[in-house]
Structure formats: structure tokens, C-alpha cells
Write a protein that binds this ligand. Structure first.
Ligand code: FE2
Length: 345
């Protein structure tokens, strides 16, 4: 993307984040990654009168597995750097700190954090809007007051989450509240089931997505879930790959059930992974009417599981009920206030 366009996009993003004159904004990057994003945010911040600087961490050491291990970052060894980020008003995270204890510490200090790691074309196409935020917040309210979530599908999924003990979270692609994290782009709401409160069967169908494999399921995978943990994984090659991935962490907590929720962005495309194979898959997470469950850590929600083994699995064509009331039907949102105005009844 043209530098001027990227800078303009970042300026509009920082305006949504309510960046004010005199605020301190830190762009956090590592190695030579996303130097163009860093420049664009710095120029944008300066044009809004903010005090901006760039904190560049060393290239991370090799973890060995090459996997999408969340929670590990160079900040672990740099308490002074964490202190500086805690003193900022807003941090632009170009590394992807999610699930690290350093991120939680920075948020606790009241600093807002915006992660931006997706390809620039996706940042532009799914640029956040206030209207989308409002619809996400409607979903947030509904989810926050529910005590059960049941997900079903024609392929045989029937799983129930006991919810309400963990907070409800929403992501709408920008952050204007102290201590709040968000991810550009995003349009999702989620919470977590009780540690021993997820039971049933999940059948992944061809076309469902395995993140971080960044691949579409080709052959059905049947997961048995008992008391919050996956106890059986059946199927052909895709099931073998999933089992092998989780097993490689040598951590029984890798079988835990993590966050669960749905996406609301009608602009997102299901074929997004074919266009942006190097991205984090935010387009699939945000896809309108997808139901996404996750395997692994729940410490982001305040839970005890901080395993580095983490999968997000967006699924199409599901039904989702909160306290037996339908929210998603066959992959379509059925609550009017969560639908874009053009699709309301
Ligand atoms: Fe996740």
C-alpha cells in the first residue's frame, strides 16, 4: 500500500482511538517487522499532536517449535521497557502481545493497546466503524447476561457451555477506553465456559478454519468434550494433524476449552485466507455469523489455563443459543440490532 494511504488510514484509526494532543503514544515493534506500519503510526500520531516514539525490540530468539506460541515475547526480559509502556496513554502493538503477562500489566496501568499485524489491504477493507462497534456491543450485552450457550449444526455439533463466570469480551477494531485492548480489524464477542462446564460434541466440517494452521478443514473432525476438556479427536488426516499439534506441546491443558463467541462483520470474506495467507486470520474470526470456539488458554479471561497451545476455530452454518434463545441460525445473526441496517427485518 502507498505510504500516504497507510498514514491516512492510521490517522483515522488514531482518531477513532480518541488520541489527543499531548498524549503519549508508543509504537512497539520487533526486529525489522512492519517498519512501514511504525512510520505510518508515528506520522499519524504527530499530526494529531500526540507525543510519539518507537520502541523496537530485538528479533525474538527461536522457540524451537515454530508454532504460533502465544504469550512469549521479548518484553519478558525487559522490565524497563514494560515500565515505559505502562506510562504511555496508548501502545500500538505491532508484535502481537496477546496472552502475555506483560500485556496485562500494561493494561492494568490504564494504557490502551491496539494490535495491528494484519496485511494493510485487510486493515483498509475491514476498517472499523462506530456502527459496527454498536452492533458488537449489542452482542456483548446479550452474551454477558446469559448463563448457557449451546451450539448445534446439521453435521452433528451439539455442545453446551456453562457461562457467566468469566467476563464477556468484545473486539471492534479500535480502543478509546483506558486499559482496553483491541485488535484492528475485528468484530467479535466472546466469553469462556466454566473450567469444568463444557460438554458435548463438536463436528468440524469441510470449510471450517483451523487457526493458526491458516487452513480450511477438508475432512470432518469429531471432538468429544467432557467437563471442559477435549477427550477424543476422530477423523482422517485433519484430525491427525490437529491431534499431533496439540500433543506436541506436551501439556494436558492444551486440550482445555477456551473462548467461544461469534463474528459480526458482513464485509469479511470466508475465502480471506486464500487472499491473505500470511495474516492472523482476523477476517475469518470476524466473519458475519460465524461461530468460533477456541482450544487452550483462558488466562486472557482471568482463568488458570496459560498453556501456549492455542487454536481458534471459526465455523460456518451453526446455530447458537443463549439460554435457549437463538442468536445465530444457520450462520446468520437473528437479533435485528446485531444485523447491518440493510439486513434488518
Ligand atoms: Fe483465541
Amino acid at each position: 500500500m502507498d505510504r500516504t494511504m497507510l498514514t491516512e488510514l492510521c490517522r483515522r484509526q488514531l482518531q477513532l482511538c480518541a488520541v489527543q494532543e499531548g498524549e503519549t503514544l508508543v509504537v512497539l515493534s520487533q526486529g525489522s517487522e512492519r517498519a512501514d506500519y511504525a512510520d505510518a503510526f508515528l506520522y499519524a500520531a504527530r499530526s494529531l499532536g500526540a507525543n510519539a516514539y518507537h520502541m523496537r525490540m530485538p528479533e525474538p530468539g527461536s522457540s524451537g517449535s515454530g508454532a504460533w506460541e502465544v504469550g512469549a515475547s521479548e518484553l519478558q526480559n525487559n522490565p524497563r521497557a514494560v515500565e515505559a509502556l505502562e506510562q504511555a496513554d496508548i501502545v500500538i502493538d505491532l508484535i502481537f502481545l496477546l496472552f502475555s503477562k506483560e500485556q496485562f500489566a500494561i493494561q492494568r496501568a490504564g494504557t490502551r493497546i491496539l494490535t495491528a499485524v494484519e496485511p494493510t489491504a485487510l486493515l483498509a477493507r475491514l476498517f472499523p466503524t462506530k456502527e459496527l462497534r454498536e452492533r458488537v456491543e449489542v452482542g456483548h450485552e446479550l452474551l454477558a447476561k446469559a448463563s448457557t450457550m449451546r451450539i448445534t449444526s446439521p453435521q452433528g455439533t451439539d455442545v453446551t457451555y456453562r457461562i457467566g463466570m468469566y467476563p464477556t469480551m468484545s473486539e471492534y477494531g479500535y480502543t478509546d477506553e483506558p486499559g482496553r485492548w483491541d485488535h484492528w480489524p475485528a468484530a467479535i464477542v466472546f466469553t469462556g465456559g466454566a473450567d469444568d462446564g463444557v460438554d458435548g460434541t463438536i463436528v468440524l466440517s469441510p470449510g471450517d478454519v483451523l487457526l493458526p494452521f491458516n487452513s480450511y478443514v477438508q475432512t470432518p473432525i469429531t471432538l468429544t468434550v467432557e467437563q471442559g476438556f477435549i477427550t477424543d479427536i476422530r477423523g482422517d488426516l485433519d484430525a491427525d494433524l490437529l491431534s499431533s499439534y496439540i500433543r506436541s506441546f506436551e501439556d494436558p491443558r492444551g486440550y482445555g476449552m477456551s473462548h467461544v463467541g461469534w463474528g459480526l462483520d458482513e464485509r469479511a470474506q470466508w475465502h480471506g485466507l486464500t487472499q491473505f495467507p500470511g495474516g492472523m486470520g482476523m477476517e475469518l474470526r470476524s466473519y458475519y455469523g460465524n461461530v468460533m470456539f477456541s482450544i487452550g488458554p483462558n488466562n486472557e479471561l482471568g482463568g488458570p489455563n496459560d498453556t501456549p497451545c492455542h487454536l481458534d476455530i471459526p465455523m460456518r452454518g451453526c446455530d447458537l443459543f443463549l439460554d435457549d434463545e437463538p442468536v445465530v441460525r444457520n450462520g446468520d445473526l437473528v437479533v435485528d440490532a446485531m444485523r447491518p441496517t440493510s439486513r434488518r427485518g
